[in-house]
Design a protein around this ligand. Sequence first.
Ligand SMILES: Cc1cc2nc3c(=O)[nH]c(=O)nc-3n(C[C@H](O)[C@H](O)[C@H](O)COP(=O)(O)OP(=O)(O)OC[C@H]3O[C@@H](n4cnc5c(N)ncnc54)[C@H](O)[C@@H]3O)c2cc1C
Length: 367
Amino acid sequence: MRVAVVGAGVVGAAVAAGLTRRGAEVTLYERSEPGAGTSGTSVAWINSNNKDPEHYFALNHAAVQAHHALAKGGGDWFFPTGNLECAAGEEHRARLEERVGKLEARGYPVRRVTAAEARELEPDLIQPDSADYAFFPEEAHTYPISLLGRFLGEARDGGAQVVTGAEVREISSSAGGAGLTFADGRTESADTVVTCTGRWTQELAASAGITVPMLDPRVSGATTNGYLGVTTPVPARLSRVLHTDGLNLRPDGAGRIHLQALDLDGTADPVLDPPAVIGAGMLERLSRVLALTEGARMEHVRVGLRAIPADGLTVTGFADPHARIYVAATHSGITLSALLADEVAGEVHGAESAMLGPFRPARFGAR
Ligand SMILES: Cc1cc2nc3c(=O)[nH]c(=O)nc-3n(C[C@H](O)[C@H](O)[C@H](O)COP(=O)(O)OP(=O)(O)OC[C@H]3O[C@@H](n4cnc5c(N)ncnc54)[C@H](O)[C@@H]3O)c2cc1C
């Protein structure tokens, strides 16, 4: 089977890898370079911590387990060190308590821990003894570009061609196959096209008369747009994803720390550079959360633009009457990638996935 995958973010690379596992002849087309979209700016926390409804939680939880299976206990892109959450303020404590109860009822691995146990996990943590602490041992983090490289490597080893600088303007389908028209006027054909174009999915799907509404970062504000900061290397110990009242952290390699402060995201703009006050605010919070970070500076602060289907949930499935155009678009694509690799590839080969059943594009009246 000849399959054209459009978009070399983490989702497209994972799907390309999954397709080559099944023996498909894959060409992966990317407008710019791999990782140029949302996958280059992601917290990359692998989790099903706060996901609703139940079937979306189950999908993400299966995906967390798929990452562990993919890395087989190793893997230089994967850090299975869990997530520690520290709630000091009243409002955060109430939210954490409610979420932990719900996750326990769902059978999701979570452990309430004491302040002393939290400091055993993260010795440089500065938080009051009176805070509430929860540890999520199955969760993990990755470096998104390393994960992308993992999938692209597998796809290329399996014979996939990766074509960069190839912008697909239009896709089409007929009973006999699928067609692609590129920005330079060139055309190609395939048995199936899989669109993995993240926040650009709506435009490309529309070229084939398919409706997949995505949130628009120009109007949706903090729902899609978020600041992400990376510090210069610091001598603080940090081994895992850490959530605190005003700051979310994870290691970012060689002593760098990746920072997110969700309450600051209101001004995150898809075009304008982040104001200096954002990085300064993140650093000030960091110095109150982790010892030995006083000398940290910001290496950069960027605005990440989430790819979110209009109802917040994953979109996976054939979307044209001839079952030649398959759409895969989702938020939490870092978490979901390891699962989508196999499930989407299976569906393209005719094996319907029960887990993907609730996420069909037809819910938008796809055509
Ligand atoms: C601030 C922030 C925090 C996040 N935190 C997490 C997290 O902790 N955990 C998690 O799981 N997820 C997280 N995410 C979400 C996750 O990063 C994304 O869901 C994921 O990266 C999306 O990958 P993708 O491959 O679908 O899209 P993208 O990475 O955007 O890839 C799409 C690719 O398609 C290409 N393309 C588009 N149109 C065309 C065309 N017409 N022709 C050719 N190529 C085209 C683009 O150039 C791009 O490279 C976060 C995102 C943000 C912004």
